[in-house]
Design a protein around this ligand. Structure first.
Ligand SMILES: [Zn+2]
Length: 70
């Protein structure tokens, strides 16, 4: 069993409040994001709700499980 890590952030749309998950590096790009619900574009930075590191367990080149750490 091997493992890989991905830090994710949960963002909240400033208009409709819909939640979205993105890789944390996405916020560092200061990119605009399109809400999956109401389709407005907004600056991802400043809309962060929470972030967590995910540990992805890989066995024989297949993802077996994803564990939230921290
Ligand atoms: Zn929205």
């Amino acid at each position: 069993m091997s493992e890989a890590y991905l830090e994710i952030v949960v963002l909240k749309c400033p208009k409709c409040g819909a939640l979205m998950a993105e890789p944390s590096w996405f916020l560092d790009l200061e990119q605009e994001i399109t809400c999956s619900s109401c389709k407005i574009c907004f600056q991802a930075k400043g809309t962060e709700v929470d972030r967590k590191m995910l540990r992805i367990l890989v066995e024989n080149d297949h993802i077996k499980d994803v564990v939230v750490t921290g």
